[in-house]
Design a protein around this ligand. Sequence first.
Ligand SMILES: Cc1cc2nc3c(=O)[nH]c(=O)nc-3n(C[C@H](O)[C@H](O)[C@H](O)COP(=O)(O)OP(=O)(O)OC[C@H]3O[C@@H](n4cnc5c(N)ncnc54)[C@H](O)[C@@H]3O)c2cc1C
Length: 386
Amino acid sequence: MTRPPEVAIVGGGPVGLLLARLLVLGGARVTVFERRASPCSHSAAIGITPPSLRILRKAGLLEDFLAAGVRVRECFVHGRRGSIGTVSFRHIPDEHRFVLSLPQADTVALLRRSLPKGVVVDGCEVTGVRQVRDGCMVSTPQGERAFDWVAGCDGFRGPTRTFAGIPAQVRPYGCHFVMADFVDRTELGDEAHLFFRPEGSVESFPLPGGLRRWVVQTADHLSEPPSDTVVRLTRERTGFALSEADQSQLSPFTPHRYHCPRYREGRIVLCGDAAHGMSPIGGQGMNSGFADAEFLARALLDAEPAAILPAYERCRRRAVRTAMFRAEWGMALGTLRGRVGAAARDFILGGLLSRWPFASRMGAFYAMLTIPYATLDHVSEEALRS
Ligand SMILES: Cc1cc2nc3c(=O)[nH]c(=O)nc-3n(C[C@H](O)[C@H](O)[C@H](O)COP(=O)(O)OP(=O)(O)OC[C@H]3O[C@@H](n4cnc5c(N)ncnc54)[C@H](O)[C@@H]3O)c2cc1C
């Protein structure tokens, strides 16, 4: 009988934790090294798409997530002169006809809670990984430990990529945003709203606990945005009167894209934001990482991981390329400014959201159902080993 693999996961973000959960369920011995002493409270990713919900069911966590999140069934799109259409998830070809909204900190908390005590080692930074015969040595300030495999789930800034000698070319998109969460005093309920104005976009999403996320486009990167940035720009562009007293989690972000030319070097494998980054506008980054984690867990739990890892790289890279392309075009369209740009956007989006066959497919498109290899359900046993 083959011995269960011993896997080191560098990084206890959402992707590393989901990978740990899937590996533990499959009988692997897992250690998650997390640099932070306590989990990050930033609410970053909020949209969990139906393919990810299917993966969470395999992880035995679907009910917990559904109980914690808000089900978003419709996203209303507004242009220069009012409504230009709706993206509805009500009729998408999936058992979950919604996108679940849950702040990333809550996702991380649910995943951490699902792991046996001792699996996550907090406050432990990985300072080196070196490959040896049949395994890897992982260095932390506490010493060096041997593992069969190392999964780099340490995000954009993590060092595992460098330890593995895998380069990444980073390119900023040139768009800037500030976001904040507010006590929701609007009547918008569980609906998402996108306001595309000539002066810049405003996006608004429901959150659990009576909160709502507002994201405003800004002309420049504001490393320390004035505290009224979201309140002021939302009022000017949409008329909604938010209050600074209701505000939390004010933070700027300037998205960039990067994609590693390979996800693996020997026994070191990259997963999630360690391997790829795309615009968060469109909400696909963490979801792509969840699909990576599902595939990588399947490979590492196999009697012959080396036979499946080429498919992991091939399928996941293709899926991520598609998601990145969509994120890029979606953001380019959404951030067009000025009267001419806004008129062009209204024309294009109005056409897409109102004309068959596009209109009927937009829900599936934004729910990530049309991304190739969205989950392992879409990969045959033969394709896994080819
Ligand atoms: C504003 C915003 C909104 C977003 N919205 C969405 C959304 O709606 N849907 C979506 O799918 N995605 C969204 N994203 C993207 C999403 O946040 C990321 O894709 C997600 O965080 C990636 O998870 P990860 O676990 O791969 O990496 P990370 O979350 O970056 O986690 C990496 C972890 O590794 C740890 N680490 C780093 N170096 C080391 C080391 N040397 N040793 C030990 N630990 C280390 C870090 O402390 C961190 O905890 C959004 C992002 C932003 C910024």
